[in-house]
Design a binder for this molecule. Structure first.
Ligand SMILES: Cc1ncc(COP(=O)(O)O)c(C=O)c1O
Length: 346
């Protein structure tokens, strides 16, 4: 069975983590500090604060921006539930935006329609490794949190994805661009990142303002640093795989992801438009040894019983996420493509 996702782990990764164990300092320390500096440099950010997950990063980014009870935050409906949970955890109300069929994220016009007097922030994901086109959000007048959980290393309008928003959040979960097992980070200007640092740790503070234990450990950071060294090779291989899929699938499923466009996209996933209900296609692929998924488990509006998000409904019904990760061999890519063509009867 070809899995949908698989981290790229090596003996070097194991040795870096083992070295931290041998050194005896495993909690947040020098490895975390170095990891933060390296990621900040990569994203052209002033500063970075490592945390325990992308979910924690989202929550602390919102808190650092002062988002709280009575505020609204615009988020896509066609997205991981982590965004909804982060917004509600800080006491704010998610305002759901419909999906964009090209970027699989949100369009600025649609976000504008969802703004109200209470909107304090907009979260814009770079979805599935596709740069979202942040320049089109310039002039919105509301702080943007760039969610780079699925697109570390992408380039958006000539700049690293994550460098245009007020803050950016990252995830290093096992299925992401590179991994620490679980982990996340917030990047941005020093004054906001200092707030995230304050919030992630409750220990030895004079006052009792709400604080958390959302810290990353040096064990995780050592793995992250080792993985980050190889991020460019991971991205290069993902782009090769995407190009191979594009050539093997040319003209078969209707919509394929855009080409890398001068290094914009990093293809965390390879998402195709099956132009038909994907449930039976997923079953047919499984019967042929390929694990495929819906890119989003379920749009948020559906869990809330809301209607009026036609594009997200269509994407949910008909888009398919194929295995796409550096460890996939060319033979496996060809097998996935052939299985899809058979499953679609193309
Ligand atoms: C776009 C997006 N943001 C945030 C998260 C949350 O990250 P984590 O799983 O590290 O909490 C995810 C998780 O998959 C995600 O896809």
């Amino acid at each position: 069975m070809i899995p949908h996702s698989r981290p790229t782990l090596t003996e070097q990764d194991a040795q870096r983590v083992a070295a931290v164990v041998r050194a005896g300092h495993v909690a947040q320390g020098a490895q975390v500090a170095a990891f933060e500096r390296e990621v900040a440099a990569r994203l052209h950010a002033e500063a970075a604060a490592a945390v325990s997950s992308g979910s924690a990063a989202l929550e602390l980014a919102l808190r650092a921006l002062g988002v709280g009870a009575g505020d609204e935050v615009v988020i896509p409906t066609y997205v991981c539930d982590a965004l909804y949970h982060a917004v509600t955890r800080v006491g704010a109300v998610p305002a759901l935006a419909d999906a964009c069929p090209e970027t699989l994220s949100v369009e600025s016009q649609e976000v504008k329609r969802r703004l109200s007097r209470r909107t304090r922030c907009v979260i814009v994901p770079h979805a599935f490794g596709l740069a979202a086109g942040l320049a089109s959000f310039d002039g919105l007048g509301i702080p943007i949190v760039e969610d780079c959980a699925q697109a570390i290393g992408a380039t958006d309008d000539g700049r690293p994805a994550g460098s245009r928003g007020r803050l950016a959040v990252l995830s290093f979960y096992a299925t992401k661009m590179f991994t620490t097992g679980e982990g996340g980070m917030v990047t941005g200007p020093v004054e906001l990142i200092d707030r995230v640092r304050d919030l992630r740790d409750y220990d030895e503070r004079e006052d009792l303002a709400p604080r958390f234990n959302y810290k990353m450990t040096d064990l995780h950071a050592a793995l992250g640093r080792s993985q980050l060294e190889r991020l460019d090779s991971f991205i290069a291989r993902r782009r090769e795989i995407a190009a191979r899929f594009r050539s093997r699938l040319a003209g078969r499923p209707r919509g394929l992801p855009p080409d890398a466009r001068g290094g914009r996209h990093v293809y965390l996933r390879f998402i195709v438009d099956a132009a038909r209900p994907v449930g039976p296609v997923i079953d047919a692929l499984a019967a042929r040894g390929v694990t495929a998924r819906r890119p989003v488990f379920r749009p948020i509006h559906r869990a809330l019983g809301r209607a009026g998000y036609e594009t997200a409904d269509r994407l949910w019904a008909e888009r398919l996420s194929l295995p796409c990760y550096p460890g996939l061999t060319d033979a496996e890519v060809d097998a996935v493509a052939a299985a899809l063509c058979e499953a679609l009867g193309a």
